[in-house]
Every structure is written in C-alpha cells, then in structure tokens.
Design a protein around this ligand. Structure first.
Ligand code: ADP
Ligand code: ZN
Ligand code: MG
Length: 259
C-alpha cells in the first residue's frame, strides 16, 4: 500500500529582546558564568511578581502579522506545572487558553508544488534553565530561565521532510529580517509531530512527537526514519504504534521512546 506522511510542527524561537520576559535581567548570557543573569523573579523566590516585557508582545505580534495570523486583543497567560530542577517555580508561564496570535497561514513552495500551511497559534512563554551534568553531580544554571520565547504551532499540514525544511528556512529568514530573532544555533528549536496514513484516507494515524534534533538536517533525517518506522509497523506489523514522545539520536539516525 502507498502511505502519506502527515506532519505538524511546534517551533520555539528565542526572541531578540534585551531583557527577560518578566524581569529586567539580561536575556543574553551565552558564555557567561552560570547564575550571573538572575534575580529573585526569574529564580522563583517567594513573593516575586512577574512584570510583562512590552517588547516581547511587540515581537510576538510582528511574528503573527508576518504569518498572517489574527492578533487577539484579549490574551492571557497560564501556569503549566511540572517539577524538574531546571524550573525554579515548578511551573512555566505560557499561554494555553488565549494565545496572542491564532489562525495564520504560510505558503511553502517545494519540488512537490505549493502548499498552504495553516498556523494554529503563536504563543509567548518563558524558557527553562539549563542542567549541566558533570561526573557525580548535576548542576543547574538559571541564566536562561525566563528568556522570552514564542512557540509557533502549525496544523498537521506538511506532507514531506522537504516541506518542513522549506518552512523552517522561511521562518528563519523572515524572523531575521523582521528583528524577531537572530535564530542562531539553539535559538530555534523544533518538535516534529508525525503520523502516516494510507494514501487517500481522510483519517489521521497515531502520531508520535520527536524532540532533540540539533539541525535542519537532523530534522530531515528524523522525519525520514520515523515515517518509515510507522509504515513498517502498519504494513508489516513490526511493532504497535503508540502516541508518545521520542528522541532522535544523531549518531544512529534512529528515534527511541523518551518518556
Ligand atoms: P496537543 O494538545 O496534544 O499538544 P495539538 O493539537 O496541540 O496536540 O497538536 C500538537 C501538534 O501536533 C500540532 O502541530 C498538530 O498539527 C500536530 N498533530 C496533531 N495531530 C497530528 C497527527 N495525527 N499527525 C501529525 N501531526 C499531528
Ligand atoms: Zn531575573
Ligand atoms: Mg499542543
């Protein structure tokens, strides 16, 4: 049987602001001593009060306009709870119910033709800290905590790795020219949601989410590997597909279950 690959993306972009999203600490700490760009607010001390960085809203709106989104006049933040040492508050401030931008569209042109990719939403959120593992101990660096991000979520409209990479390159060049982000290494991170279905079918298949790709090339390889894994499972019964998050290994070129 012939199969079609279906992909939706969640892209995180670090915004080019001077300061963090809810405090006045510098957002640029690349190469700095650990925990030197921190304050009670971004370290989640008791009684801290987040104050919105206006520039973050301006850049998120600009990105939304570039991606032909509706800009919502009513927008709210939510707390997403998770307990992990890289998150001092044990919650991340993000936008779940009323994101700033919704219902956009980007055109992607590849050897397969032209396709409209629908943007589901763009929301603002804060980054987490960094864990550094060394020998017997793990260390935490809060310099990156509360660095502003936007997350751009598409509908499951991609049908090939080529479309995905074309889209990512388009975002990158738009965001650079618009001053949204320099999109340098590590400042643009992409989670790939992927499923396959028999060609002609309207129904979506079971999807997996792939994280941990360090380059566009790795994203392309991960998509090819994962879609073949799905096809083998359906066609030859090699395994049972379950909805899960998987990590991509650059060396083996394979994905494996993460949690
Ligand atoms: P959740 O709320 O579980 O995170 P979303 O509806 O927000 O799910 O979708 C997350 C991402 O997964 C979106 O980019 C969406 O396009 C994509 N997606 C959803 N269903 C599928 C599917 N069957 N195949 C591929 N991608 C999918
Ligand atoms: Zn701070
Ligand atoms: Mg989601």
């Amino acid at each position: 049987m012939k199969y079609e690959t279906v992909i939706g993306l969640e892209v995180h972009v670090e915004l080019a602001t001077d300061s963090k999203i809810f405090c006045s600490c510098s957002a640029h700490s690349y190469g700095a001593e650990p925990n030197t760009h921190v304050c009670p607010a971004c370290c989640g001390m008791p009684g801290m009060l987040p104050v919105m960085n206006k520039r973050v809203v301006e850049l998120a709106v600009t990105a939304g306009l570039m991606l032909n989104c509706n800009i919502n006049k009513y927008t709210t933040f939510d707390k997403k709870n998770y307990y992990y040492p890289d998150l001092p508050c044990a919650y991340q401030i993000t936008q779940l119910n009323h994101p700033i931008c919704t219902d956009g569209c980007v055109t992607v042109k590849t050897s397969g033709g032209v396709r409209d990719i629908r943007i589901k939403q763009i929301h603002m959120e804060e980054d987490a800290g960094k864990l550094v593992h060394g020998g017997k101990y793990s260390y935490v660096d809060f310099n990156r905590t509360s660095v502003p991000l936007i997350e751009i979520v598409t509908q499951p409209d991609f049908r090939s790795a080529e479309e995905v990479v074309t889209y990512l390159n388009k975002l990158k060049s738009m965001f650079r020219s618009g001053g949204i982000s320099e999109c340098e290494e590590g400042a643009m991170r992409c989670d790939v949601n992927i499923s396959v279905r028999p060609e002609g079918s309207e129904e979506f298949g079971v999807r997996t989410e792939i994280k941990n790709m360090s380059s566009f090339e790795a994203i392309e390889r991960a998509i090819r590997y994962e879609s073949q894994r799905h096809i083998d499972a359906l066609e030859y019964g090699t395994e049972e597909l379950v909805q899960e998050t998987r990590r991509f290994d650059d060396v083996s070129g394979k994905t494996s279950a993460m949690r």
